[in-house]
Design a protein around this ligand. Structure first.
Ligand code: C2O
Ligand code: CU
Length: 468
């Protein structure tokens, strides 16, 4: 940090001599293009990549810094960059047609905004996402805390899964109807930063901060740590009020993040596994070398950084809105009054993939397909108004619901009021869950709210809310 301050001072010195004129610095380019990388166990996997890497380069800033990135699109398709989880000005949100025109092949687009919150975020396209994200376009965006909990090592683990075909290439069946109408596209190869089952070496006695990002199209992880003590210190980037011991499955839906601290107090190989659904899959290993027995001295839990304060709405005066999610394939009984279910079942008999999804999911009775610019907002609120938003999942499936431009708090689940929850940008709904959120709609613009199972979003599960 000190070194960086020095570098900053050095960078500012000529400016001061210049009479304080405002710097017009060049943006950092990020080039999206086709390429081949070593990933998912393949030595030269054809991918779409940012700066030739999968995942893309990790962008690191400090809170209050200005992110200034120019997207250079050398892909065969139009694209955009969405800065997932950042409370940014609407025009920088990267949603094609709604907040900016798509960036055509050969074109550029400059994103420039201040970073109001510290935390672990990520960036990805918001156009043709079931294909573009699956082909490798995703990267971590880390905004460092003002006073982070002291650790020896700080790592990003961007989790993904890959569906490869018989020839070892990324399978081209994007928008497969079976995937869209069920749990989304699952891949058979689980990776961390593109690699299979990585080993993270630590010295005994070290403290690690691991920033977990779920960049999979559809897979939900339930992560467990074996043989070491860990704590959850932030969710979706936002610091927890107090750290919570990581002693059970840590649920991470697509798009979600969790920051954990792990104490390397026992020598040996310690697995991090995924136990969502049936079976158990190895994600990666923490290898602790050095003296055993250091774990006899138990360190106190880390103290999370302080979150930027956000206003909590006065619940009694807040506007109430409800979003009812329906559709999808009903494997477990179903809602007899949902006409979508029957349609989906009929269509399922004529299976096959395409470059677009079919309408399968509904929000308040309607599938929201394709471009969102022509859609009437699901709800509108004046800027500054408190909102109580109920998400009612009347489907047999899990849905990580993500809001753009705002952070929300869960206030109740299935009618049970909850103690004060941390702010977050996504909420994972279990089948038949009914969750009530609260937030102050303080960021003007037309924003998306959608399921981050990318195939569900493509199949209609998303819409616009307007802050006017
Ligand atoms: Cu991660 Cu609407 O996005
Ligand atoms: Cu969903």
């Amino acid at each position: 940090m000190q070194r960086r301050d020095l570098m900053r001072a050095a960078a500012l010195a000529p400016l001061a001599a210049w009479g304080g004129a405002r710097a017009e610095s060049a943006p950092r380019p990020i080039r999206a293009a086709e390429g081949a990388v070593s990933a998912a166990g393949q030595p030269a996997l054809p991918v779409w990549a940012y700066d030739g890497q999968v995942p893309g380069p990790t962008l690191r800033y400090r809170r209050g810094d200005v992110l200034d990135v120019e997207l250079v699109n050398d892909l065969p398709d139009p694209t955009t960059i969405h800065w997932h989880g950042i409370r940014l000005p609407n025009a920088m949100d990267g949603v094609p047609h709604l907040t900016q025109p798509p960036v055509a092949p050969g074109e550029r687009f400059r994103y420039r905004f201040a970073l109001p919150d510290a935390g672990t975020f990520w960036y990805h396209p918001h156009l043709g996402t079931p294909e573009q994200v699956e082909r490798g376009l995703a990267g971590a965006l880390v905004v460092e805390d003002d006073a982070p909990p002291p650790v020896d090592v700080d790592h990003v683990w961007l989790l993904d899964d890959w569906r490869l075909d018989a020839g070892g290439r990324i399978a081209g069946d994007f928008y497969d109807y079976m995937d869209v109408s069920h749990a989304g596209r699952m891949g058979q190869r689980l990776t961390v930063n593109g690699q299979l089952e990585p080993v993270l070496p630590l010295q005994a006695g070290q403290r690690l901060r691991l920033r977990l990002i779920n960049a999979a199209n559809a897979r939900i992880f339930a992560l467990e740590l074996r043989g070491l003590r860990g704590w959850l210190i932030a969710r979706d980037g936002v610091p927890a009020d107090a750290s919570v011991e990581w002693d059970g499955p840590l649920l991470l839906g697509p798009g979600m993040r969790a920051d954990v601290v792990i104490d390397a107090d026992v020598a040996g190989q310690h697995a991090i596994v995924d136990r969502f659904g049936r079976g158990e899959r190895l994600i990666g290993t923490v290898a602790v070398s050095g003296r055993d027995g250091v774990g006899t001295i138990r360190r106190p839990p880390p103290r999370p950084a302080e979150a930027a304060p956000l206003p909590m709405p006065d619940l009694a005066a807040a506007e109430s809105h409800t979003l009812v999610f329906g559709g999808g394939m009903m494997s477990m009984g179903g809602w007899p009054d949902d006409p979508w279910t029957e349609r989906v079942a009929r269509r399922l008999r004529r299976m096959g993939g395409s470059r677009e999804a079919d309408p399968v999911w509904s929000v308040n009775g309607r599938a929201h397909m394709g471009r969102h610019d022509g859609h009437a907002p699901l709800f509108s609120v004046p800027t500054g108004r408190g909102v109580r938003l109920t998400l009612d999942n009347r489907t047999a499936w899990w849905h990580p619901i993500h809001l753009h431009g705002h952070h929300v708090r869960i206030v109740s689940r299935n009618g049970e009021p909850l103690p004060v929850q941390p702010w977050r940008d996504s909420v994972l709904l279990a089948p038949r869950d009914r969750v009530e959120l609260a937030f102050v709609a303080d960021n003007p613009g037309r924003w998306l709210i959608h399921c981050h199972v990318l195939e569900h979003h493509a199949g209609g599960m998303g819409g616009v809310f307007a802050v006017t």
